[in-house]
Design a protein around this ligand. Structure first.
Ligand code: GDP
Ligand code: MG
Length: 664
């Protein structure tokens, strides 16, 4: 049946369980090792030979479950289900067994040969934990369980031995027995499936997935059985697995007294200190934003010179070509001013992500969740929810997606609800612009106050939600912390490059289109092209909103237009302000002075600017985020509520800031 006599082995496991490290230890291949979920996205192969037996190893992206929501899950799921793969090595971080075993339970249901590699045994020992490696395989349907340490390179040969000798042993696929009602349904479905799809692989798995209304399975093996598949039983099935895991962990995991404290523990004494942990975190974040400003500003100069040259060059080129004035204006005042203005913020974005990348890769970010667990628990969230929130400082879209790591639906919705209050990097240009113009003496402090305000509001909201929706407590945090390590330059370079690429492609698409649209809206009115912007469509639209926005200090039609445009992406607030006020190099000294003067003409001062920043921090997130929230929450109602709520909240807060600020 096979082309050769090589055994094909797929490495599957949660993010950060050490798959890549183990894979490298076995194959000697030099793959990147990262400390953050989802870095290994593509499939990686390596060869190894054990006692004459050739094996092909495949390193799959880290996943928490075999559902097919994310790309990682899809890739991994397809790969392990392929006929090509002979045996699955399920790499498990033994120091956080409970979380890791969920995926194991799913893999077992496939019925394919599974070998459990209990990785990080060194950590287990160091922490004074003990795992009963005889009892564990018994409970897991007899699969081989091999304790290893990828980092210390122990147990590797035993693992290969297990692969060589067990790759043909199919698994008992019924490790968990579900409640009677479900088992009956599974049985009926199996019969139906066998009849309709003779020779179907993974019979029990498919039946269970049908009961979960798993999209991919429903499409691949449609069944007409409305009385069996009357609804999704996903929740029950998930719960059963967790209950089972709880039993397993109770039986095999013991705690002894810790033998010694490693370097990591010593550092953690400070960084995750009960009292100091939070101030240290805030201090580190403050430092990050300080650097973002100072170093970012240093680098910015180069971009400005480049942009000025581009603007001048394009203008003279187009003029020499006798291009129509309106086209020159479209290109120069619309496209280049909008997109180029955003590009000059690239150094700030770059530094921000560089700092976040270093914090992530060193292992500190995982600690943040731990440090915040106390606070999070007090406001009714799990510490795990903090990780998506930290991601939110980068971009809300992946942050919302990362809430998938939260098992409870209620927890997840709460987290999604709060994530947009973490200032994403798109909001940074807004803060940079307004704080540099209006608070030139301490722009970093003002910008940092936005990040802090977002956090405070998120915490307050969490408290309020907790009061309204009592009951469902968040539960304790079951996460084990990876060891600290020297950040890896390559990993960070890749991480930063990915973010910068995202930013660039956003500038080239969303912001480009938005800038062009804004230009049109400003240069055309009911009577065609206008010379006076106050007759443009933009002005008309803006004027409608001015009376509403005025009490919040935002009563300029240009501001109204910029805010509407900002719904496409928050940076667009900045790019459209530059197009609106005809400022071509917004992030340069001249540009800022110009903007400041233009705004001052309308009496727009520091208090207005602060209200504006508050509004931008809080109001409806960008279109991509809204779409993601809709997809992840699977509810239009929830999404609409969030959008409206944020809009109102932003308005109220800006109003308070402006009114109180004006009094002072
Ligand atoms: P992956 O996401 O599953 O590919 O995990 P990685 O291989 O990137 O490992 C994540 C982190 O765990 C890295 O910092 C590794 O150095 C560390 N790690 C991996 N295996 C072990 C181990 O056996 N012991 C210890 N102490 N750390 C490990
Ligand atoms: Mg990896």
């Amino acid at each position: 049946m096979k082309k050769d006599d090589k055994i094909r082995v797929a490495f599957v496991g949660n993010p950060n369980c050490g798959k890549t490290t183990l894979f490298n230890a076995l194959t000697g291949a030099n793959l990147k090792v990262a400390n953050w979920p989802g870095v290994t996205v593509e499939r990686k192969e390596g060869q190894v030979s054990y006692k004459g037996q050739k094996m092909i190893l495949v390193d799959l992206p880290g996943i928490y479950s075999l559902t097919s929501y994310s790309i990682e899950e899809k890739v991994s799921r397809r790969c392990v289900m392929e006929e090509e793969v002979d045996v699955i090595v399920n790499v498990v971080d033994a120091s956080s067994l409970e979380r890791n075993l969920y995926l194991t339970m799913q893999l077992l249901e496939l019925g394919k040969p599974v070998i459990l590699a209990l990785n990080m045994m060194d950590v287990v020992r160091e922490r004074g934990m003990e795992i009963d490696t005889h009892r564990l395989p018994e409970i897991l349907g007899g699969i081989p369980v091999v304790p290893v340490s990828a980092r210390k390179r122990t147990g590797l040969n035993v693992l290969l031995h297990a692969v060589k000798h067990h790759y043909e042993e199919n698994q008992c696929e019924k490790v968990i027995t579900y409640p009677k009602e479900l088992e009956e349904k599974i049985c009926l479905l199996e019969t139906l499936l066998k009849k309709k799809y003779p020779g179907i692989p993974y019979l029990r798995w498919t039946a269970i997935k049908l009961l979960e209304s798993d999209e991919e399975t429903v499409n691949e093996y449609p069944l007409q059985a409305p009385d069996i598949l009357d609804r999704s039983y996903e929740k029950e099935i998930i719960n059963c697995k967790y209950n089972y895991i709880e039993e397993v962990v109770k039986e095999v995991l013991f705690y002894k007294h810790s033998k010694k404290e490693g370097k990591t523990d010593a550092v953690d004494k400070v960084l995750t200190h009960r009292v100091w942990g939070v101030p240290v975190f805030l201090g580190i974040m403050a430092l990050v934003f300080f650097l973002t400003f100072t170093i970012g500003d240093l680098l910015k100069g180069f971009f400005e010179v480049g942009l000025d040259a581009l603007l001048a060059g394009t203008t003279s080129l187009l003029e020499n070509m006798h291009t129509a004035d309106w086209l020159i204006s479209l290109v120069v005042d619309g496209a280049i001013a909008g997109v180029g203005g955003i590009l000059t913020f690239l150094p700030n974005i770059f530094i921000l992500f560089l700092a976040l990348g270093i914090l992530e890769d060193s292992g500190y970010m995982s600690r943040v969740a731990y440090v915040m667990d106390g606070i999070m628990g007090k406001v009714g969230l799990s510490g795990k929810a903090f990780l998506p929130m930290v991601l939110g400082f980068g971009c809300t879209v992946p942050a919302v997606m990362a809430t998938r790591t939260l098992e409870k639906e209620e927890d997840r919705k709460r987290t999604i609800f709060l994530t947009p209050f973490m200032s994403c990097s798109a909001r940074l240009p807004i803060y940079v612009m307004f704080s540099s113009i209006f608070f030139p003496d301490y722009p970093a402090v003002v910008a940092f106050s936005m990040y802090a305000l977002g956090l405070v509001i998120a915490i307050l909201l969490a408290l309020i939600i907790g009061k309204i929706k009592k009951g469902d407590s968040a539960g304790t945090l079951l996460m084990e912390l990876p060891e600290y390590k020297m950040p890896n330059a390559r990993t960070i370079a890749i991480y930063v490059w990915e973010k910068v690429k995202d930013y660039l492609s956003k500038a080239g698409t969303t912001i480009f289109i938005a800038s062009i649209i804004i230009w049109f809206v400003l240069n055309f009115g009911i009577h065609g092209m206008v010379t006076d912007v106050s007759e443009s469509f933009g002005a008309m639209l803006g004027h409608v909103l001015v009376p509403v926005l005025a009490p919040a200090g935002l009563g300029l039609w240009q501001v109204a237009v910029a805010l509407i445009a900002g719904l496409s992406a928050k940076e667009v607030v900045v790019s459209s302000m530059s197009v609106l006020f005809g400022i071509t190099n917004i992030n340069s000294v001249a540009g800022m002075t110009g903007m400041s003067a233009a705004l001052a003409k309308y009496g727009f001062g520091p208090v207005n600017a602060y209200a504006m920043m508050v509004f931008c921090l809080l109001y409806t997130p960008c279109a991509a985020t809204v779409a993601t929230i809709r997809k992840e929450s699977n509810s239009w109602k929830f999404t609409a509520f969030m959008v409206l709520f944020q809009l109102i909240l932003a308005y109220v807060c800006a109003l308070v800031v402006y009114q109180v600020g004006s009094l002072l």
